[in-house]
Design a protein. Structure first.
Ligand code: KG4
Ligand code: ZN
Length: 346
């Protein structure tokens, strides 16, 4: 049994969680809604908001867990990737607590935490599995053989899946973040309205590309709707049908490549995580695979977008299965090194 306090501030969420080994006692997340005014995240404002909130959110998480700070033995925090200003707030806050109160300190990779988030509060992790991580900043496909044993299969060569949604929404004049908006409008739309192309990538069939589809949306709108105006209210055009068609194409690319990998490597377990895994079409398409003998894992909604529980859970796994030995004196210089997906080639 180990009590872990986890902190996550890599982008525009301020989150703190307390775990008792793998059990989540509390997970408090505050999202900075004001960025929608700007149509995207403003890094300087994000880090300043993190500074304002971090102490209060951490206090709430500790209180809700019914523990006191001195009970906690281990502090876990996101070390990257993310926005440097935002990361620095949580990392230094967590490290200060660890140094001043002589706690163990465990830095956690944010993308790796998304990978394991599907298994929080589940009985066990079903290895081997194919992991698809789809968020606002990342789209990657990994074969996971065991704890911390990975093979990187593919990644996006340009935009992330979340960006494909966010940029399309911006074009259409819909609020940020665009994923939930497109998902909502698509529910009453006709997805056969227009056939948006999905990219085929020569070098690696498991790589993704989403910049072309966004451009094809722009051309489609310009060519077919005289009244279309970029980033303005476009309520006179058939937004529901366009969102449904666009969403179909993004989701098709994600499901096809993941299924191809599952077949090629004869893996029956598939995990889909990260903010975009909240998408209802994506969830349905993957769940349909269960009738073909696949087992599909998604994180619960509160563990899907950025959250500290996934950081604490990954720290727990590092302690238990990686025999991770925290050494706080070695954790400064390399902490924010630029993230390289080859991390997932072990
Ligand atoms: O994992 P996350 O919170 O942040 C990153 O680590 O990047 O993911 C945020 C992304 C945004 O791009 C947002 O538009 C997308 O997740 N998203 C969705 C949905 N809900 C959130 N995309 C599609 N459909 C949704 N329902
Ligand atoms: Zn994330």
């Amino acid at each position: 049994m180990v009590l872990i306090l986890a902190i996550e501030t890599s982008c525009d969420e301020t989150s703190a969680a307390v775990l008792n080994s793998q059990n989540v006692l509390s997970n408090i997340t505050s999202t900075q809604a004001f960025h929608s005014e700007y149509g995207g995240i403003v890094p300087e404002l994000a880090s300043r908001a993190q500074l304002k909130l971090i102490d209060a959110i951490t206090g709430q998480a500790i209180k809700k867990a019914g523990v006191i700070l001195s009970d906690i033995e281990t502090i876990a925090t996101t070390q990257g990737p993310g926005l440097i200003g935002s990361l620095l707030v949580g990392y230094n806050y967590a490290k200060s607590i660890a140094i001043s109160l002589s706690k163990k300190f465990i830095p956690v990779n944010h993308v790796e935490a998304h990978l394991y988030s599907s298994f929080i509060e589940k009985e066990s992790i079903d290895f081997p599995f194919i992991g698809l991580i789809v968020s606002g900043g990342h789209t990657i496909l990994v074969q996971v053989k065991n704890y911390f044993e990975y093979k990187l299969l593919g990644q996006t060569i340009d935009d992330a899946a979340g960006e494909a949604f966010d940029k399309a929404a911006k074009l259409l004049g819909l609020p940020y973040p665009g994923g939930p908006e497109i998902d909502r409008l698509a529910k009453t739309g006709e997805e056969s309205f227009y056939n948006f192309p999905t990219a085929r990538i020569k070098d690696n069939p498991y790589n993704f590309s989403f910049s072309g589809i966004k451009t094809s949306l722009l051309y489609f709108l310009r060519d077919n709707f005289k009244e279309f105006s970029q980033s303005k209210n476009n309520s006179t055009i058939p937004l529901n049908d366009i969102c449904a068609s666009y969403q179909r194409a993004v989701v098709a690319s994600l499901t096809e490549k993941t299924l191809k990998a599952a077949k090629e490597f004869s893996v029956k377990n598939i995990s889909v995580s990260g903010g975009v895994s909240l998408n209802s079409k994506l969830r349905n398409e993957f769940l349909n695979l269960e009738s073909r003998g696949y087992k599909i894992f998604f994180p619960d909604a509160e563990f899907t977008t950025d959250n500290a529980a996934m950081i604490g859970y990954t720290a727990f796994l590092k302690l238990k299965y990686k025999n991770y030995k925290p050494d706080i004196s070695k954790l400064s210089e390399s902490a924010f090194a630029r993230f390289d997906y080859s991390y997932f080639n072990t």
